[in-house]
Design a protein around this ligand. Structure first.
Ligand code: MRU
Length: 349
């Protein structure tokens, strides 16, 4: 299984190794990241991406900042600024700032402790993904029927988007391993094609039958009865269960509600943002015009035309059949609010 992000231990030259996801599947190129500036560039260009992988990047980013700060004799304020810059490199996935803040909180205990905390984020993420995949597969088979299922998914939620195994992808993988997955429709995921380039690459490697479809086909695929459920990941889930994920996700949710089939969100608990009450309050990243107005590296629109390029959308909780985390399954469409709060336990599955 490919690792999206790893820490390379090399004394003072220790650094982060990323597979450059902007080049997949054409080229498997690794980036050796040894400065905060390089890490921020990798995050913003989507060389590393996906909420849980960004959580690990935030954590390892603090370790990197400490090493870089020691090399350049940064003041505490300069170190703070560097850590903040990592935490805020992209706004929507809560995991990035969560990872950076969690690791920064142990900074006073020294570099070894910082690195151990960053490693803990990665280890916990893999464990969470494997557990939520089992829970999600159980829930789906119980809800839809014990037979090979057909799914639609959006964006990329596999090992590349996490530290290992995947979230929504992990559920699909788990169903496949149980002989309970017939076919996956993979949305191409405009404009950066995480579905076509990344999810399809992972499904191909895992031997999972799939078809890539344009994003515009997804609602009709659902309404025509070609799939039994939709499953997506999440970048931020607010206290009421509203879910930000890659733009295009909400179209799947609307179509599933109309067709009466499950729309499932899968994410580690680190994606739940209990401090934000509702989806209206989530900052949606807007990216550059060129991503929309170019195709295959060439400009395709009339010169001077501007684009609207939100990277994410928010699916209201009442359209979500199940939110699956490693702590259990909640059913937002059928549950009193708030779903998630520091003192509200998630019902065990
Ligand atoms: O812009 P990206 O590629 O970082 O967006 C990623 C997604 O929207 C994923 O679906 C989400 O982060 C969940 S990854 C397990």
């Amino acid at each position: 299984m490919v690792r999206a992000i790893e820490w390379v231990d090399a004394g003072a030259d220790s650094h982060i190794r990323l597979i450059d996801q902007t080049l997949l599947p054409a080229s498997e190129t690794f980036l050796e990241i040894s400065s905060v500036e390089q890490l921020i560039e990798a995050i913003q260009s989507l060389a590393v991406r996906g909420a849980p992988a960004l959580g690990a990047a935030g954590g390892y980013g603090v370790a990197l900042a400490l090493l870089e700060g020691a090399r350049h004799e940064w003041t505490e304020t300069e170190l703070d600024t560097a850590i903040d810059a990592v935490a805020l490199a992209r706004p929507t996935a809560v995991n990035l700032a969560w990872g950076a803040r969690r690791v920064a909180a142990v900074r006073a205990e020294g570099f070894d402790r910082v690195l151990a905390e960053a490693h803990a984020i990665a280890t916990e993420d893999e464990r969470a993904n494997r557990e939520l995949s089992r829970l999600g597969a159980d829930w789906l088979l119980e809800r839809v029927g014990h037979r090979p299922l057909r799914a639609v998914t959006h964006c990329n939620t596999g090992a590349l988007a996490t530290t290992a195994w995947g979230t929504a992808y992990g559920i699909l993988h788990e169903l496949h391993d149980r002989g309970m997955l017939e076919l996956v429709y993979v949305d191409e995921t405009r404009p950066l094609l995480q579905g076509t380039r990344l999810t399809s690459w992972e499904l191909h490697h895992d031997g999972i039958p799939h078809l890539v479809e344009v994003d515009g086909a997804a609602a009709s695929t659902i309404l025509r009865g070609l799939v039994d459920f939709a499953v997506i990941g999440a970048d931020r889930i607010t206290a009421d269960g509203d879910t930000a994920n890659k733009v295009g996700s909400v179209a799947l949710a609307l179509a599933c509600a109309r067709r009466g089939i499950p729309f499932v969100v899968a994410a580690p608990y680190s994606t739940i943002d209990v401090a934000t009450a509702t989806g209206d309050l989530i900052e949606i990243e807007e990216r550059g015009d060129h991503e929309v107005l170019n195709f295959g590296g060439l400009p395709v629109a009339t010169p001077g035309v501007r684009a609207f390029n939100p990277a994410f959308d928010v699916t209201p909780h009442d359209l979500i059949s199940a939110i699956v985390t490693e702590r259990g399954v909640v059913e937002p469409a059928a549950t009193e609010q708030p779903l998630f709060a520091p003192d509200v336990a998630v019902a065990d599955h």
